[in-house]
Design a protein around this ligand. Structure first.
Ligand code: DGY
Length: 326
């Protein structure tokens, strides 16, 4: 690798990424890509950490103390995601490693998915689809697959960042009452969308749909637990498009089984992919997706390009637009 050091910076890309972004990286770096359609094995990632100047990674790579302590040349990590809870940011910062991510470009796409999941859960779309495909549909019924109304209902958004705001815009179009809970009040969202601030407790008590969009931090880990689910109405629906670890999944399962809440729509899980013997997968009133919040073709291309630009800036000694180090 000594030869590589004398030439251009060496960058490891942990997945096949859209061609335009890869070409851009190749113009300025020596690039190695993990080509397989599954996360790079840990041993290979650790090997790469020893020699790379830059990492271009996904949310599937764990950038922890063990890895960072071996990353003697690493100067920048660019993640093709808005969430970066898989990176030990304090330690990376201590080591002078720039960390950059891809906010903004995925907000509307993720809000679309959030709403799709909310509607699918409320109107039992996946359950109804299975019902037809399994040959169970033998007649129309007055209460067949009857769900919950979305229009005019109260939505409670936990985490009013860019994605939360985009979800609130969609909720306004459905004449929903919009409540939110956030670290900071968002006066402009209150003024523009009529959103009302609530304590977490009041939001949980009042909402028909509780939508979790907060980033995963030590403060938000298991934010939704037994007590929180017990505050929700028995007709209410829980939607999670943030990170699985923000929820106590056992408590969620119990709340669903005990009918303390009506249903849940989940795009994220503590362990991903969710194990096939996970209790949540046995319930009819749970809609599950494989972490596809931002998965539209054009958005993924934009994220890939933004992550490439961030890495190029960082390795050129320029502060990236979306650097997350404090
Ligand atoms: C993110 O960007 O953090 C999403 O979870 C995946 O796009």
């Amino acid at each position: 690798m000594g030869g590589i050091r004398l030439n251009k910076p060496y960058v490891f890309v942990s997945r096949k990424i859209p061609e335009e972004a890869l070409e851009k990286l190749k113009e300025v770096f020596i690039v190695s890509v993990w080509e397989e359609d599954r996360p790079v094995p840990r041993e290979r990632l650790l090997e790469e950490a020893k020699k790379a100047d830059g990492f271009y990674i996904m949310l599937t790579e764990r950038i922890d103390e063990e890895l960072l302590n071996q990353a003697k040349h690493l100067k920048a990590i660019s993640i093709m995601a808005v969430g970066y809870d898989n990176i030990n940011l304090p330690l990376a910062t201590e080591k002078g490693i720039v960390v950059t991510h891809t906010p903004g470009v995925l907000s509307d796409t993720t809000a679309d998915l959030t709403f799709a999941l909310l509607m699918a859960t409320a109107r039992r779309i996946t359950e109804a689809n299975r019902y037809v495909l399994e040959g169970k549909w033998d007649s129309w019924g007055p209460m067949l697959m009857a769900g919950q109304d979305v229009y005019g209902a109260t939505i409670g958004i936990i985490g009013m960042g860019r994605i939360g705001e985009a979800v609130a815009k969609r909720a306004k179009g459905f004449d929903m009452k919009i409540l939110y809970h956030n670290r900071k009040r968002r006066i402009e969202v209150e003024e523009q969308l009529g959103a009302e601030y609530r304590s977490l407790e009041d939001l949980l008590k009042e909402s028909d749909f509780v939508v979790l969009l907060t980033p995963l931090t030590p403060e938000t880990e298991k934010l939704m637990g037994k007590r929180e689910f017990s505050l929700m109405k028995s007709s209410s629906i829980f939607i999670n498009v943030s990170r699985g670890a923000t929820v106590d999944e056992e408590a969620l399962y119990e709340a669903l089984v005990q009918k303390n809440i009506w249903a849940a729509g989940l795009d994220v899980f503590r362990e991903e992919p969710i194990p096939m013997d996970h209790p949540l997968l046995t319930l009819e009133n749970v809609v599950v997706l494989p972490h596809i919040g931002s998965a539209s073709i054009s958005t993924r291309k934009r994220m890939a390009m933004m992550a490439a630009n961030g890495l190029i800036d960082a390795l050129n000694g320029k502060k990236p637009n979306h650097m997350v180090n404090p």
